[in-house]
Design a protein around this ligand. Structure first.
Ligand SMILES: [Zn+2]
Ligand SMILES: [Zn+2]
Length: 340
């Protein structure tokens, strides 16, 4: 567990790196796919194109047409005259919160978000292509219809409450966005014929992104390229951080290993010198009462405290840690005893 901090940091870094890498490849694949997609204005030629395929399906195609609801359109809440097919309503709370450093900073939090949709198609030259699952689009461009901010007028009690809780209400921001009827947009996705024999554009099954955008294809390219660059930069950054942490771990590991090796060498050289010393002692013919009481081979070398018995050699003393083998007194300390 010596490296717990580094391992946690490395884990978090790897997760972020993985997410960025995934997004980078997602963008890269999206760019390749959009590049390979044919561009068409919505028109009768789409029927022929789909009819000419073996499975009545074009895997990836870009088509541009005018948004037309298939039924009753949605009415804007804020401007009754405006109609659309996808509506996004959002309420955000703006607060000033005290940060851990003691400063007050502006923060916002989405407290309500809702989408409303009605079936719609892209139309052009008497042809209509129904758009399925518009909310699954990676890019769904909507027009901002209204954006209002209602500031909170705080009472004295609110001020006091805010002082203690560290959060002060600033106000509520409500926005309404709409994909308007009559807007000209480009849809990029899979074009096929539905069971009811009409043409429909939907998210491709293979996971290639689906786009409903008011941008031109070249602007979309630019946007995707920018995203790709951003993710590449993030990958490089988090990759470098990962390598740095990895380097630190390796360096510490190597240092620890060297220290361990040195300690082991020291222990061995001590054991070596002990052996030598014993050899000299043994040459002088030890009396029976000078031998370790456990192994009966080595000389007595260790004094046990507090009882003060000198009855063990160093090797046996390593194994005996609790009580003195002669008087059972608990061992508090051991020390080298030089009798000779
Ligand atoms: Zn011994
Ligand atoms: Zn003792």
């Amino acid at each position: 567990m010596d490296y717990l901090g580094e391992i946690i940091a490395l884990g978090i870094d790897s997760v972020i790196f993985g997410v960025c890498l995934k997004q980078y490849f997602h963008c890269k694949n999206a760019i390749t796919a959009v590049k390979g997609a044919e561009f068409h204005e919505v028109g009768p030629q789409l029927e022929d194109l789909v009819n000419n395929t073996s499975d009545n399906k074009i895997g990836y195609i870009a088509i541009r047409g005018t948004v037309k609801p298939l039924g009753k359109p949605l009415n804007s809440i804020n401007n009754r005259k405006l109609t659309g097919v996808v509506q996004k309503l959002k309420i955000k709370e703006h607060v000033i919160a005290r940060t851990t450093a003691g400063f007050w900073s502006d923060q916002e939090r989405t407290i309500h978000k809702v989408y409303n949709t009605v079936p719609f198609a892209l139309q052009g030259q008497g042809q209509a292509v129904e758009i399925l699952e518009p909310l699954s689009a990676d890019i769904l461009d909507l027009d901002m219809v209204s954006n209002t901010f209602e500031p909170t007028v705080p009472s004295f009690a609110d001020h006091l409450w805010g002082f203690f809780t560290g959060v002060r209400q600033r106000g509520l921001q409500s926005t309404e966005e709409l994909l308007r009827e009559g807007a000209v947009i480009t849809g990029i996705g899979e074009l096929s014929r539905t069971k009811s024999k009409i043409l429909a554009l939907q998210p491709p099954l293979n996971g290639t992104p689906f786009y409903l955008t008011s941008m031109s294809i070249s602007s979309l390219f630019r946007k995707l390229n920018e995203r790709k660059k951003t993710y590449r930069l993030l990958c490089i950054m988090f990759g470098a951080i990962g390598m740095l942490i990895g380097g630190i771990v390796l360096r510490r590991y190597w240092k620890d290993r060297t220290e361990q090796r040195m300690a082991e060498e020291l222990r061995q050289s001590l054991a070596e010198s002990r052996k030598e010393r014993r050899q000299r002692v043994r040459d002088t013919d030890l009396r029976d009462d000078q031998l370790c009481i456990i192994c009966r081979t080595n000389p007595r070398e260790i004094i046990l405290l507090p009882c003060g018995h000198v009855c063990l050699c160093e090797d046996c003393a390593d194994d005996i840690t609790t009580n003195c083998p002669m008087c059972r007194t608990p061992i508090e300390q051991k020390a080298a005893a030089y009798i000779i």
